[in-house]
Design a protein around this ligand. Structure first.
Ligand code: SF4
Length: 360
């Protein structure tokens, strides 16, 4: 079972019933695709996201209808709700009043000082944080003129500008994102941000693309940051059903040992030595372990030539043999099982190991 290796130390910030940052685990976030004022559709989508493992959800708030729906949505979901507002401080005030657990608004874009103060005071009164969302595609004119084009330094300067506005009002429950659709730029910006301030960072590679290409792009960018211990929440942005974003995010966290509640599949690429229908077995086992909430490793290997030894770290696994399978644990064969029942027997062993984990 894998060790959690999250290393970054940031200021802890509460969002609903979660504490983001500090030495806490990294949380998976997504965003709804429904019209927020359509409460039924929005709640249904959020419940599907929760089921998939989403831990924080954001909704767009483009108008008053959306803002006034927040209270009803909140009542019917179980995870913290973040409300995304652009510019309009009145929408922010309504969303906060309605019970938003966090708002995403850039204080420098709100306008007059009294408006910023009104939002900050409302957030303070409810004890909710504000996320500053720096985006390479919408940097302030002044910063673009200074750097000529979006740069990591320009993005950090933009973040510091918004942070200062909040700090000057003695507001410190801040979370910052530094999104860019260019992976190198995003990585550089997050790296510099993690050195420039200690507020928690919400990671994302924005507009990363479709399910296939966007997953790879996000994995490359977010994976680089995770390997450096940077990040406190993350969103994989895909042009797809947001449930897919959660699946990809969960897989990514597993890669870095950052998921304490998900099982991992190890499966071989197959070759000419294959003795079983590995691809369909791997898919079936992957589907099965998606519901296992323990950080166990399960291996499925096409043959026993290098099989069990190749997957020594697996808590349980199966290797194909002619007409049968070898069930192995931590690289050692436990017993032989007939081909017809080997997947079922593997599932029983998986359940046993998961139960042992929870009994510890
Ligand atoms: Fe080939 Fe066997 Fe290795 Fe799978 S486990 S890649 S079938 S040698």
């Amino acid at each position: 079972m894998s060790e959690i290796i999250h290393r970054s130390k940031t200021r802890p910030v509460r969002v609903g019933n979660l504490t983001i940052g500090g030495s806490n685990e990294l949380f998976i976030q997504s965003m709804t695709t429904t019209k927020t004022h359509d409460v039924e559709a929005t709640v249904a989508e959020i419940l599907r996201l929760e089921e998939a493992g989403c831990q924080v959800v954001r909704v767009a708030c483009p108008d008053e209808r959306a803002a006034y729906s927040i209270g009803e949505i909140k009542k019917r979901i179980n995870i913290p709700l973040v409300v995304d507002i652009h510019f309009d401080y009145k929408l922010a005030l309504i969303a906060i009043e309605q019970g938003a657990d966090k708002i995403r608004i850039n204080p420098g874009n709100i306008g007059r000082k009294e408006k910023v103060e009104a939002v900050v005071n409302a957030a303070k009164a409810k004890g909710i944080p504000i996320r500053i969302g720096v985006n390479a595609g919408s940097l302030e004119k002044k910063i673009l003129e200074k750097y000529g084009y979006p740069t990591a330094d320009g993005m950090v300067e933009s973040a510091l500008h918004h942070i200062k506005i909040l700090e000057d009002l003695d507001f410190h429950d801040i979370i910052v994102s530094m999104k860019a659709s260019d992976v190198n730029l995003a990585v550089e910006a997050y790296k510099k941000a993690s050195q420039a301030f200690d507020y928690p960072l919400h990671l994302g590679i924005t507009e990363s693309g479709t399910l296939f290409a966007g997953s790879i792009k996000s994995a490359a960018g977010l994976g680089t940051l995770l390997s450096m211990g940077i990040g406190n929440t993350l969103r994989v942005s895909l042009s797809a059903d947001p449930v897919e974003e959660i699946k990809v995010a969960r897989e990514l966290l597993k890669v870095f040992g950052l998921s304490s509640n998900a099982a991992t599949l190890i499966s071989c690429p197959t070759c000419g030595r294959i003795e079983i229908d590995l691809i369909s077995i791997a898919n079936e086992v992957e589907e099965y372990i998606s519901n296992i909430k323990a950080p166990i490793k399960v291996a499925v290997l096409g043959c026993a030539v290098n099989g069990p030894g190749e997957a020594r770290e697996a808590d349980i696994g199966i290797a194909g043999a002619r007409g049968e399978g070898l069930l192995f644990r931590k690289g050692k064969t436990v017993r032989k099982v007939p081909e017809e029942t080997m997947v079922e027997e593997l599932k029983i062993e998986i359940d046993k190991i998961a139960a042992e984990y929870f009994a510890q």
